[in-house]
Design a protein around this ligand. Structure first.
Ligand code: FAD
Length: 796
């Protein structure tokens, strides 16, 4: 098949979209020509000044161009809408010749169809001498001036399109193009009639039967645009022939590049973590690599949303709606490939990342060229007696929601607890451990919420409520100066928070928080914001670590000895020029993210890599109820002004205008309305699964990851082993038989396939639960080991 036929077969929808785009543009041009220039038009009568009418016409056509460029079809075809633009992209090698030929042909056809359709609708009004099918003609300054002006405006437009689409502002390319069209019509039209487009001028000339000076519009726009492309090619390379490179639309140009013989598939930057570090790295990388198509960005996060953690404590009181605080990652980084999976392991030698199985128990391995680690830290109570079972962590959205629900439940229970005074006291005592920023913000929000919401429980006397903050040092908020720390202590005490300083939480039971000095506080609500540990995946990966288990990186944020592996945020130890290390805060993580992205691009494209040198702008912490503390550029601020600053600054930092508006509205309503005490009851997902299989269906396949153990309740299955392409049935299993234990016990992959032979019901238990069960009941493990040994013996 010839290249032309092959291109047409695969890309005809895009050609039609281009034709439709230019048809729409010409219909709009004809309509506005009649509206503004026809003597019988009321607008023409009202707006007598020709310059004002041109300005209106410019605005209308600029908006038309923007609407077409950002329309679904415009975003798919790339919205060249002009053979000159297509020629510019051809010069840069971003569009294959066959596609360029069809784009130009369909643009011409679309333009003609547009003028004809407009004529059918507007009739004689369009053929009137004042409108003349919106033909473009040189002005009074003559053809030479028109030629020069057309070439100049075309050069500027193409230059703007190329530079903006290749920059961090790529998504504004359409707006810039539309604004230039508007400006040109308003200002330049008296010189050349403002065409910039051979297809557009040809269509009007053809239907009008007037070929005057058409050569100018055939020559000048392509020349100006070709020149712009040539100048651009001298300084930069790579890019995509689309005005707006939409992630949700197919791109025939990127597809074509990948198909070209000898062209390797795009190289891959894998980012682990969807928090401040991960999201801001991906966003900056997208800006820097903007649609060049040679690198793809893959972001792996266990949640499909980004949480703005500084505002997390406000979820406890419900001041902020749950979904207002989170943003879908797909919206934040539309061009990246998102994997909503748990990262299981990283192999820096093989340069791969393994993620947890999804619906099917297959290992998912992601090879990478560059790896960015931003997995944050975890609150880990291991080694602290009773804390893993009874303390509530406060790190992510689920923790905040759990705490809110737990507190409301405690109030509901306390309200009807009449018989057991001890239990009632425990239910109304709330303990938070950790007097750093997170702990203080949590206790302040919790205290405000409990005391406000308790007013709707007539059975609860406010004096019964006890809120306690336990902190291991002599004063809270060690992150800020003494004055602010003492201010925070005073405010919290005035609001009824009991401060236990120089006290350390050492253990817990379901009824008590136990301190290091033996003091016991009866409570059913214990929150701990400490201790924070490196993520288990970070703990396990064989990369250089600093004290505390964080990944050691160079000042450029690369892991020494592992080129192409980068780490940032809370999981990394980042040296600062003063010999210290960068603190684990969001403001540092976002700056590190921008730097990692720039350094990754510098390693790929060549360029200077920079060292991280950000000292921080300040520190802020909310104390709830219109009070806060802030240390900004060395200035210490407290009280209402600090609170106002806190809210304003964090609101501005929140990604997305929509979210900002929602939160501003929530804050406003919160000033007027009573707090919400809705108790959500989510049923915990059962880890034990019951499943049904039909004959021929596989429960798992040989080579899959061993993630669950199964038992047959009813029906039968075959154990099938495959070797050298041949299948052997090793055994038939029936009711009461267990399977899947081998891969779990030996931490290997499945050694055989289990295929349903008769309609079968099974239950299964995940690996983690099985490990817990065998820890508590060693006999379970022993009997599974016996079963495995018997089966291995039989098989051999
Ligand atoms: C309650 C609270 C309040 C805070 N307030 C402030 C503040 O006011 N100002 C400030 O500057 N800083 C504040 N911080 C600190 C700030 O949020 C952190 O420093 C920042 O989030 C660190 O960014 P990160 O990307 O390193 O980690 P995180 O933002 O924690 O991101 C880690 C990401 O990794 C993902 N992840 C974890 N495990 C896996 C896995 N196995 N597989 C896939 N994905 C995984 C998580 O889902 C998450 O998206 C606060 C922190 C908390 C907890």
């Amino acid at each position: 098949m010839s290249a032309l036929a092959e291109a047409f077969r695969r890309h005809w929808p895009e050609y039609l979209m281009e034709a439709a785009g230019l048809a729409a543009f010409m219909i709009s041009a004809c309509f506005f020509a009649v509206l503004l220039e026809h003597p019988a038009s009321p607008v023409h009568g009202v707006v007598a000044n020709p310059a004002a009418r041109r300005a209106l016409g410019g605005l209308a056509m600029g908006l038309t161009a923007v609407a077409i460029i950002y329309s679904p079809w415009g975003r798919q075809s790339g919205a060249h809408l002009n053979p000159g633009v297509t020629l510019g992209f051809l010069r840069l090698g971003w569009i294959p010749r066959a596609d360029a030929a069809f784009y130009a042909a369909f643009q011409v056809a679309g333009a003609i169809a547009g003028v004809l359709l407009a004529w059918a609708a507007l009739g004689a009004r369009l053929s009137h001498p004042a409108t003349r099918f919106a033909v473009t003609m040189p002005g009074t300054a003559g053809p030479s001036a028109a030629l020069a002006a057309e070439a100049a405006i075309s050069f500027v437009l193409m230059t703007a399109v190329l530079h903006v689409s290749g920059s961090r502002y790529a998504r504004w390319t359409g707006v810039v193009a539309g604004a230039l069209v508007a400006l040109y019509i308003a200002v330049e039209a008296p010189l050349s009639g403002m065409s910039m487009n051979p297809a557009r001028s040809f269509a009007s000339a053809l239907v009008a039967g007037d070929w005057t000076a058409l050569w100018i519009y055939f020559l000048a726009p392509p020349l100006g645009m070709l020149l712009a492309a040539t100048v651009y090619a001298r300084r930069r390379s790579g890019g995509c022939a689309k005005l707006v490179h939409a992630a949700d639309k197919r791109c025939i140009f990127c597809e074509e590049r990948a198909r070209r013989p000898g062209t390797a598939s795009p190289r891959r930057i894998v980012i682990l973590g969807g928090g401040f570090g991960g999201i801001f790295t991906a966003r900056r990388l997208q800006q820097l690599l903007a649609g060049k198509g040679d690198y793809e960005i893959v972001l792996v996060s266990k949640e499909n949303y980004f949480v703005f953690q500084p505002m997390l404590p406000e979820v406890i009181s419900g001041t902020i709606g749950l979904t207002d605080l989170v943003s879908p990652i797909r919206q934040l980084v539309p061009g990246a490939e998102i994997h909503v999976r748990d990262v299981e392991s990283i192999d820096p030698e093989r340069r791969t990342v393994t993620t947890a199985p999804g619906f099917l128990p297959h290992a998912h391995t992601l090879p990478y060229d560059h790896l960015v680690l931003a997995l944050g830290t975890v609150t880990d109570f291991r080694g602290l007696r009773g804390l893993p079972e009874h303390a509530l962590p406060f790190k992510n959205l689920q923790d905040a929601l759990d705490l809110r629900n737990h507190v409301i439940r405690a109030l509901e229970e306390a309200a009807i607890e009449e018989h057991d005074a001890r239990l009632r006291k425990q239910l109304l005592t709330f303990v938070v451990a950790g007097g750093g920023f997170s702990g203080v913000e949590v206790v302040a929000e919790l205290n405000d919420f409990v005391r406000r919401v308790a007013r709707s429980y007539p059975q609860i006397d406010p004096a019964e409520i006890r809120v306690v903050l336990v902190h291991s040092q002599g004063r809270i908020l060690p992150e800020v100066g003494e004055k602010l720390g003492l201010f925070a202590q005073r405010i919290l005490r005035e609001r009824g928070v009991e401060l236990l300083l120089d006290a350390r939480l050492s253990a817990a039971s379901g009824e008590e928080a136990i301190l290091g000095d033996g003091m016991r506080i009866g409570t059913r609500t214990l929150v701990s914001t400490v201790p924070s540990f490196p993520h288990p995946v970070i703990d396990a990966v064989k990369l250089p670590k600093a004290r505390g288990g964080r990944i050691q990186v160079t000042p450029e944020l690369e892991v020494p000895g592992f080129p192409g592996v980068w780490a940032l945020g809370d999981c990394a130890s980042i040296p600062t020029p003063d010999g210290g290390s960068s603190p684990p805060t969001a403001q540092h993580a976002t700056r590190q993210a921008a730097l990692v992205a720039e350094n990754v691009v510098a390693s790929i494209r060549g360029g200077r890599r920079r060292a991280f040198d950000f000292k921080g702008l300040g520190k802020m912490g909310s104390l709830g109820s219109r009070s806060a503390v802030a240390e900004i550029f060395g200035l210490q601020i407290s009280g209402a002004l600090a609170w106002f600053l806190w809210r304003t600054i964090y609101l501005m930092k929140l990604p997305g205008l929509g979210r900002r508006l929602k939160i501003a509205a929530s804050w406003t309503f919160d000033l007027l309305l009573p707090p919400d005490s809705v108790l959500f009851r989510f049923s915990a997902p059962s880890s034990m699964l019951r499943e049904h299989f039909e004959p021929g269906q596989e429960v798992f396949h040989q080579g899959d990851l061993g993630d669950r153990i199964y038992s047959i309740v009813a029906g039968a299955a075959d154990v099938v082993h495959e070797a050298s392409g041949r299948e052997t049935i090793l055994a038939r299993l029936g009711p009461g038989d267990l399977f899947g234990e081998m891969a779990l016990l030996d931490q290997t992959v499945r050694s055989a396939t289990i295929r349903c032979a008769e309609p079968m019901d099974v239950w299964s238990l995940p690996k983690r639960e099985l490990a817990l069960l065998s820890q508590g009941m060693p006999e379970v493990r022993r009997s599974l080991e016996r079963l495995r040994d018997q089966r291995t013996k039989k098989a051999s």
